[in-house]
Design a protein around this ligand. Structure first.
Ligand SMILES: NC(=O)C1=CN([C@@H]2O[C@H](COP(=O)(O)OP(=O)(O)OC[C@H]3O[C@@H](n4cnc5c(N)ncnc54)[C@H](OP(=O)(O)O)[C@@H]3O)[C@@H](O)[C@H]2O)C=CC1
Ligand SMILES: O=C(O)C1=N[C@H](C(=O)O)C[C@H](O)C1
Length: 268
């Protein structure tokens, strides 16, 4: 098999760098482009310079240069960036792996519309562990439908800009769906002052931001006389990068359509 020609958006970011390192270590993948915003610190430098390596790929800010040789774009940036890249990729037949979080409904609809033209994997968490945890949550929620209060607690590093995390929201959606509830109706995202007693159908969210926490998620099922906690903790971003490359391999045979990591991992 020829190596997959992969460009990375947000090349100077935490995930961008992790992806460039993962591509370098994967015999099936080749770094084919590196994209970042105008004015970003790495523009014009070699994309693998932080590894002390010369990849021959310079970080560029214009899409035509950065994506000229790319078959795939892996995008971990910001919603507005991803949506601009999406338009270009859909017009030029470049498949996308989207890890960015924090989209509103219109952004998600734009991704779904683009997937009629190109193949896309879009998931708030690319790690195998988190995606298996989603299945555990489905099972747990079905068995704790009465008498258990459900709260989702997530913790991330001080630089994270969106809350709750995309993963926490997906966990809430999985649990709500298993219980026949709508997260838009039962999600509680803030509590302060005299809140009154807890609505038993609610799903609460709590967010912690600090230091260099990579990403912790816990779903708490609190009953009378017992508590069940299902937790996942990331200690490195490597699992997100390896999951992204697995997603690219999954897209190799697909021309169009919207997929997530449950599809990639055969968990659906
Ligand atoms: N799905 C998953 O498994 C995971 C998802 N994420 C998500 O990925 C995203 C990025 O996370 P992280 O790498 O930590 O963030 P960083 O801030 O470290 O990196 C973001 C990168 O995107 C660039 N960028 C910023 N704004 C724009 C824009 N408008 N258009 C294009 N590029 C832009 C930044 O450039 P500059 O530095 O110059 O501003 C930077 O290179 C977040 O949404 C996060 O939640 C993170 C980890 C795992
Ligand atoms: O910003 C991060 O770091 C992470 N973001 C993703 C999210 O919002 O769920 C995934 C992971 O938790 C790390």
């Amino acid at each position: 098999m020829n190596p997959m020609k992969i460009a990375v958006a947000g090349a100077s970011g935490r995930m961008g760098r992790m992806l460039i390192e993962a591509i370098r270590n994967d015999a099936d993948a080749q770094l084919a482009g590196a994209l970042d915003v105008p004015g970003s610190i790495g523009i014009g430098t070699d994309a693998a310079a932080f590894l002390g390596h010369d990849s021959g790929v310079k970080i560029a800010s214009d899409f035509a240069t950065a994506l000229a040789d790319a078959q795939y774009l892996i995008d971990f940036t910001r919603p507005e960036g991803t949506l601009a890249h999406l338009e270009y990729c859909a017009a030029h037949g470049i498949k996308m792996i989207i890890g960015t979080t924090g989209f509103d409904a219109a952004g998600k609809a734009a991704i779904a519309a683009a997937a009629e033209k190109i193949a896309i994997v879009f998931a708030p968490n690319m790690s195998v562990g988190v995606n298996v945890t989603m299945k555990l949550l489905e099972l747990a929620a079905k068995n704790f439908s009465e008498g258990y209060d459900i709260e989702i607690i997530e913790a991330h590093h001080r630089h994270k800009v969106d809350a709750p995390s995309g993963t926490a929201l997906q966990m809430g959606e999985v649990v709500a769906k298993a219980l026949g509830r709508d997260l838009n109706e039962v999600g509680v995202f803030a509590r302060e002052g005299v809140t009154g007693p807890r609505d038993p159908s609610s799903i609460g969210f709590a967010t912690i931001r600090g230091g260099d926490i990579v990403g912790d998620h816990t779903v708490l099922f609190a009953g009378i006389g017992e508590r069940i906690e299902i937790s996942h903790k990331s200690s490195s971003r490597a699992s997100y990068a390896s999951g992204s490359l697995r997603a690219a391999r999954f897209l190799a045979e697909r021309e169009r359509g919207l997929f997530d990591m449950q599809d990639v991992l055969g968990l659906r």
